[in-house]
Design a protein around this ligand. Structure first.
Ligand code: CIR
Length: 258
């Protein structure tokens, strides 16, 4: 892709131990989470990304999960309206930063949309219908995607927080899926690989701009499978991020700046 690869990231606030989680017994170590996040950012930087950092907001414990606040398609940044009301205040500073390079298109109420529910490839956009992205939010994005000349495809998410909790792109043709978690018939045209069943939802992946795929070290069997298929897997430990339902895609917005 032409342009300068930029990773927009947001650092971890002191309040991160109050981030939303599906497991109320979880206790997060904020210091360890920061060290893991630093390592994640270092991988992006080593892969050639210019890092643009937005300051954390202690009033928004989940603000490190910047992916959920905007989706960039072509020259447009769709500014989301997160499904969790406590996260809606996260979008402002991200939109302000993105407006340096992109025109902004906000998702309007009553629509809700989380960026973690959106997978953009060169000719189509998968839109997860999850507990965070409602029918109205999906419809607003669908309309824009069609206008942009791409094909919008809705995918029902039956299990897990977001589409990208269960469907992880490795390259434009291939996704790794948690078996049975989403409406797999909507993924027609993709080559489907599966997470090892013993590692369900412990696998996450992020293709790096310079090649290779960052993968969660919590899924060693799935990683072995990917390596045997020729992928250059780069494992990273993000246990404290996963404890609050985050994965590898959610901590950055990767864009190409002309
Ligand atoms: C939340 O529940 O919203 C956060 N604790 C985790 C968000 C993860 N986002 C993502 O995977 N795109």
């Amino acid at each position: 892709m032409p342009g300068i690869p930029v990773a927009l990231i947001r650092t971890i606030p002191d309040s991160f131990d109050r981030a939303l989680t599906s497991d109320p017994s979880v206790r997060v170590d904020v210091g360890l989470a920061r060290a893991q996040h630093d390592s994640y950012v270092a991988h992006l930087e080593a892969s050639g990304c210019q890092i643009v950092t937005i300051a954390p907001d202690p009033l928004h414990p989940d603000c490190v999960f910047i992916e959920d606040t905007a989706v960039v398609i072509g020259d447009t940044a769709v500014v989301t309206r997160p499904g969790a009301p406590s996260r809606r205040g996260e979008v402002g500073p991200v939109a302000t930063t993105l407006s340096r390079w992109f025109r902004l298109l906000p998702i309007e109420p009553p629509g809700t949309l989380d960026g973690g529910d959106v997978i953009v490839t060169s000719d189509r956009v998968l839109i997860g219908r999850s507990s965070r992205t409602n029918a109205d939010g999906a419809a607003q994005l669908r309309e824009f995607v069609s206008e942009a000349g791409l094909e919008p495809i809705e995918v029902r998410v039956d299990e897990g927080l977001h589409l990208k909790s269960a469907v992880l792109p490795l390259d434009p043709e291939t996704v790794v899926v948690a078996r049975g978690a989403v409406e797999e018939s909507a993924l027609i045209g993709y080559r489907l690989l599966y997470q090892d069943d013993s590692e369900r939802f412990r696998f996450s992946a992020l293709p790096l701009p310079s090649g290779g795929v960052l993968v969660t070290s919590s899924a060693p069997r799935t990683i072995t499978d990917l390596i045997s298929q020729g992928y250059q897997a780069v494992p990273i430990d993000i246990s404290q991020i996963q404890a609050v339902d985050g994965g590898l895609t959610c901590m950055s917005i990767l864009v190409n700046i002309p």
